[in-house]
Design a protein around this ligand. Structure first.
Ligand code: NAD
Ligand code: GLY
Length: 364
């Protein structure tokens, strides 16, 4: 190969797998060497990504599978639901796909989460491969085996833990990503700094401008370091009984914004970016960090092109939405907060403090 491919390994006993990161992987016949042999492959994509990349993927897979089909789902977070999921099962059954069929998720986190859930449940489980094409999916959603669809009452409420066989991050796909989606992905990159790696936070701060300009070397490092951190966390706690919860920094507030505004109105990464600002303010009020660190994080999130002021849903609506969260226990809302810069924990917080944060961070 004339280009560099980096590999990060997810260590999960017999469910471990590599994440290959490089430019041009979708044109390299060796990319799928580790995928199990089967008669059929189904590429699940959407109406935006399939016209860009499905032919290249199909071409590669045709040397390994007798039948390779492409399914184009409707695009968008609003379609991450039962009826769209069912289109995957319809296609698999219509074409007589057996239990060795391999699913390929070609797209962002929406396609990845739905394809993973379909793979987890079709004939009680078939192999699947993540081919993430957004920055957000390359640094977060394609890795670690969380799969889900939304319910009108709550984000990602129906799903399963189900690990892919392989993750293939072709960095060249990021060249066609809209600017707003690039920023959304940067939110999840930034997330790893305050919760886990202050050196990485320094690096992101000094490279945010070139990241926004899609400098290939900067993007390659951001994807690799993000995947390394996620691999370390998931390797310790696959099913989120402990440390994995820290990856939800900003998500309790963020999911409330997404659901409260109507799925798709705020991008997931935008809601997470703003949610991190809110979670940082809460961390400050709980005594974990100084106000200076809140300001530093807010400035970085803003420089990444992300919103830092939350929509005015009203405190009661926020509380109602935040109670429907997978981290809630017995109706008690729990947040990921920073107990110091570079370290996070899951805990509840007095309603009065949360109210102050909502008041301070929301638009009037
Ligand atoms: P997305 O999947 O909606 O993709 C964003 C948009 O970019 C879509 O319109 C898509 O069609 C388009 N697109 C994708 N790749 C493209 C490319 N290369 N060129 C041009 N357009 C392209 O959104 P996302 O931000 O990738 O993912 C968000 C979803 O991921 C949310 O549903 C969120 O809940 C989920 N998520 C899951 C996990 C997990 O651990 N499973 C983690 C984080 C987020
Ligand atoms: N995106 C959070 C997690 O994978 O746990």
């Amino acid at each position: 190969m004339s280009y560099t491919v980096e590999t990060v390994q997810i260590e999960l006993d017999d469910r471990g797998y590599p994440i290959h990161i490089g430019a041009g992987l979708l044109n390299d016949p060796k990319s799928f060497d580790r995928v199990p042999a089967a008669t059929s492959a189904l590429i699940v994509s959407n109406t935006t990504v399939a016209p860009l990349y499905a032919e290249a993927l199909r071409h590669l897979l045709e040397s390994r599978f007798r039948n390779v089909r492409v399914l184009e789902l409707p695009d968008g977070e609003t379609h991450k639901d039962w009826s769209t999921l069912n289109l995957i099962f319809d296609s698999l059954l219509l074409h007589g796909c057996d239990r060795k069929t391999v699913l390929f998720a070609l797209g962002g986190g929406v396609v990845g989460d739905m394809t993973g859930f379909a793979a987890a449940s079709y004939m009680r489980g078939v192999p699947f491969v993540q081919v993430p094409t957004t920055l957000l999916a390359q640094v977060d959603s394609s890795v670690g085996g969380k799969t889900a669809i939304n319910h009108p009452l709550g984000k990602n409420m129906i799903g399963a833990f189900y690990q892919p066989h392989l993750v293939l991050c072709d960095l060249t796909t990021l060249s066609t990503l809209p600017a707003r989606e690039l920023s959304a992905g940067l939110a999840e990159v930034i997330k790893y700094g305050p919760i886990y790696d202050l050196e990485f936070l320094d690096w992101i701060e000094s490279h945010i401008d070139v990241l926004m300009k899609r400098d290939p070397a900067a993007l390659a490092h951001a994807v690799k370091r993000s995947c390394e951190i996620k691999a370390e966390v998931v390797g310790q706690d696959e099913r989120e009984t402990g440390i994995r919860a820290i990856l939800n920094f900003g998500h309790t507030f963020g999911h409330a914004i997404e659901a409260g505004m109507g799925y798709g109105e705020w991008l997931h990464g935008e809601a997470v970016g703003c949610g991190m600002v809110m979670a940082a303010h809460l961390s400050y009020r709980l005594g974990g960090i100084e106000l200076e660190f809140v300001k530093r994080l807010t400035a970085l999130i803003e420089r990444a092109g992300l919103p830092v002021v939350a929509p005015a849903l009203g405190a009661e609506r926020y509380f109602e939405l935040m109670r429907i969260d997978k981290k809630s226990e017995g109706g008690d809302i729990r947040f990921i907060v920073l107990d110091k810069p570079g370290s996070a924990q899951l805990r509840s917080a007095p309603d009065a403090l949360v109210r102050e944060v909502l008041e301070q961070c929301s638009s009037r």
